[in-house]
Structures are given as structure tokens and as C-alpha cells.
Design a binder for this molecule. Structure first.
Ligand code: PLP
Length: 388
């Protein structure tokens, strides 16, 4: 059976070059990077090389980058670390309804500790109203956290504008850039961003490594207390192999970004045009232009998304519905609901998230096998019979 992977926003395969870069640190070079003797010197250098490469992708300086274990840890550290450090200045946080659970549930937790959280609405395209953001800022606001690109729809937020508003009002700005990093240019010399989270396994590095950028001068309370690692900001002996791998992945992402974006745009447009020509009653979710090149989220009316995915899986095609974290539960996607979709349309949505290895042939196979599946499922729906 063909095995086709259209779920790169959930995780990506480890690139061969990334794997090769990691091997030495799982074999002969096992020293502790904090050791001052011969065993630690090579691994210390590997951590600093990895840091420089990740910094080059983001255009920031090495002292501003903290390695973490995941995007989730980076989001927790940025948000909790900032609000705990600025507690004496206020207790108000502004975010959106469409953030990843790593941000939403961190904010929910902080609300229990007495912080106040404003969740900004999004419009049908999945974007926030900047006037509403300005109005939400109060003298107690200490942090704005808005994602760079949405994981379910690929929608790109106006980070430069949001950052300018935050800066003008003296509020710190964090962005979860886990989906954007490696797919979309990020220049921290230009962007007015104070804190930014990325994750290795969303950009062809392994799971278990991520990074948090904290602009020079932005103080954070530590999340993990321990030794003097990461300039006293994150205790724990470094994941040397993971960091070496993430460095190479960042280097490749920067090198290939223009070429990859063109490739992914072609494939994504082929999926969307193909379905529009072959299947009635569908809706492409998210702003038509302000979107990542690799992500296509489509609602198939009168169809249950989960069953659709199982049918695709039987044909070897991996895609997802809602976010990976909510699939398995029957809750509709909080992102699509916030964008104004009905429960039915949210339940019938499928996310195709493309990556490096996908081909035109794979898209054509999807477009060949999926319309009959949708038709068969609809033929069993009483609602569809009514709509025809
Ligand atoms: C995957 C993801 C995360 C979490 O990253 P992990 O490394 O899996 O913990 C956070 N935010 C967004 C937008 C994501 O897509």
C-alpha cells in the first residue's frame, strides 16, 4: 500500500542530515557539556554550534536563545516566566481564542492563580481585530501572547503590527512560532517581539528539543530550577544530540525556504483547486492569502471528519482533523468554532499539512480516491439527502 503523509503540522520526519549530525553525541561523544575536562569540550561546542545555527534562522544572538524540551515547555516558560517576573506591574494577559493548547491551558492555569485573561475573538478568516486588541490593553496588562501561524489552518497573524502595539503600550509580546519557524521568514532584528517559541520536531529535527527566544533585557522567572545551565535560565543537562540535530534542521530550513515555499504552494493550490472541481459543499478554512504555504484545512459538509480520516488511513493517507491534541475526543476544533463554523462544518473538516517529500503524484492520488469516499459517506447522511 502507498504510504502518504499529509500531517506535517503534527510532526515531521527527521531529515537524514539531521540524524547524521546527532549520531556522534549518542555514541562516542557522550561527555557532559558542563564539564571542564576533555570529555565535555566537544559536547559544549556542539551545543554552542547548534545555538548559533538556530539563531541564524531567527536572526537573534546566542545569549537570547534558551534550549527547551519542546514547544510546550517554551510556551509555558515564556508566559509563566514573564508574568511571574512582572507580577508587581500587573496581572492581565491578552491572548486569542485560537491558540495552541500549550498557550491556552497555560493561561487557564494562570487564571486560577489570580491572573486575568482576555481571549480575543477571531473573524471568519481566523484573524483578530487590531482595534479590539488596542482596546483590551489596560494599565494592568503585562503580556500579549498571539501565535505566529495557526497549526490547524495555517493562518498567519500580523506579528509586526501586534508587536508595535505592544511596544507602544509597554507590554511584553510573546508569539508561539512553532508552526512558522522554518516555513516562513522570521527576522527578530526587525520584528518587535520579546519572546518567541519554536520546536524541533515541527521542522525536521527530533522530538524532545525546542528553543525559546527571550530578547536581551526581558527578564523571565525560571520554570525549571536547577544548575547553571542556559545562563541560569533553565536547569538540566542539555540534550546535546537533539540540539545538534535542531541546528542542522534550522540551517537546512533557512537554505531551502524559498524553494520549499514554492513547492508547497503548488501542491496546496492543487489540493484546493482539485477538491473545488470535484466535490460540492466544501469550504476552505482560513484567510485565502495570509496563510502558510503548507496547510490546507477543508470542511466537507455532511461528512464526519473522523470517519473520513479512517477511510483515508485505510488507503495509506495520513491527515488529521481538528488539532492532533483534540482528535480522539469528540469536541469540535476550538479554532474552527472560534472562526464561526457550525459544529457540523467543524466536525467535517480535514487538515492536510504538507512537507518536503510530498509530490504532485501524491496529491493526484488523494484527489482520485477521496471524492468517491466523500460521496459514499454523504449518501448515508439524511441531511445530505435533504440538501440535494
Ligand atoms: C506542536 C505545537 C506546539 C507544541 O510543540 P511540542 O514541541 O509538540 O510540545 C505548540 N504550538 C503550536 C502552534 C504547535 O503546532
Amino acid at each position: 500500500m502507498n504510504r502518504i503523509y499529509f500531517d506535517h503540522n503534527a510532526t515531521t520526519p527527521v531529515l537524514p542530515e539531521v540524524f547524521e549530525a546527532m549520531v556522534p553525541f549518542l555514541k562516542d561523544q557522550w561527555g557532559n557539556p558542563s564539564s571542564i575536562h576533555w570529555a565535555g569540550r566537544g559536547t559544549k561546542k556542539a551545543v554552542e554550534d547548534g545555538r548559533e545555527k538556530v539563531c541564524a534562522l531567527l536572526n537573534c544572538t546566542p545569549p537570547e536563545l534558551i534550549f527547551t524540551s519542546s514547544g510546550t515547555e517554551g510556551d509555558n516558560h515564556a508566559i509563566k516566566g514573564l508574568v511571574y517576573a512582572r507580577r508587581d506591574k500587573g496581572n492581565h494577559i491578552i491572548t486569542t481564542r485560537v491558540e495552541h493548547p500549550a498557550v491556552l491551558n497555560t493561561c487557564k492555569h494562570l487564571a486560577k492563580e489570580g491572573f486575568e485573561v482576555t481571549y480575543l475573538d477571531v473573524d471568519n478568516d481566523g484573524l483578530i481585530d487590531l482595534e479590539a486588541l488596542k482596546k483590551a490593553i489596560t494599565p494592568k496588562t503585562i503580556l500579549i501572547t498571539v501565535m505566529f501561524a495557526n497549526n490547524e489552518t495555517g493562518v498567519l497573524f500580523p506579528i509586526e503590527e501586534i508587536g508595535a502595539i505592544a511596544r507602544e503600550r509597554g507590554v511584553a509580546f510573546h508569539t508561539d512560532a512553532v508552526q512558522a519557524a522554518g516555513k516562513y521568514p522570521i527576522d527578530l532584528q526587525k520584528l518587535p517581539v520579546d519572546l518567541l517559541t519554536i520546536s524541533g520536531h515541527k521542522l525536521y529535527a527530533p522530538k524532545g528539543v525546542g528553543a525559546l527566544y527571550a530578547r536581551r533585557g526581558v527578564r523571565l522567572a525560571p520554570l525549571i530550577h536547577g544548575g547553571h545551565h542556559e545562563r541560569n535560565r533553565r536547569g538540566g543537562t542539555e540534550n546535546v544530540a537533539g540540539i545538534a540535530g535542531m541546528g542542522v534542521a534550522a540551517e537546512i530550513a533557512a537554505r531551502d525556504m524559498v524553494k520549499e515555499t514554492a513547492h508547497l504552494t503548488t501542491l496546496r493550490d492543487r489540493i484546493e483547486a482539485g477538491f473545488k472541481a470535484r466535490v460540492e459543499h466544501i469550504k476552505v478554512n482560513g484567510h485565502p492569502e495570509k496563510r502558510l504555504a503548507n496547510t490546507s484545512n477543508i470542511s466537507f459538509e455532511f461528512v464526519e471528519g473522523e470517519s473520513l480520516l479512517l477511510n483515508l488511513d485505510m488507503k495509506g493517507i495520513a491527515a488529521s482533523s481538528g488539532s492532533a491534541c483534540t482528535s480522539g475526543s469528540l469536541e469540535p476544533s476550538h479554532v474552527l468554532i472560534a472562526m464561526g463554523l457550525s459544529h457540523e462544518m467543524s466536525h467535517g473538516s480535514v487538515r492536510f499539512s504538507l512537507g518536503k517529500s510530498n509530490t504532485v503524484e501524491e496529491i493526484d492520488y488523494l484527489l482520485e480516491i477521496m471524492p468517491p469516499i466523500v460521496e459514499r459517506m454523504r449518501s448515508m447522511s439524511p441531511l445530505y439527502a435533504g440538501a440535494k
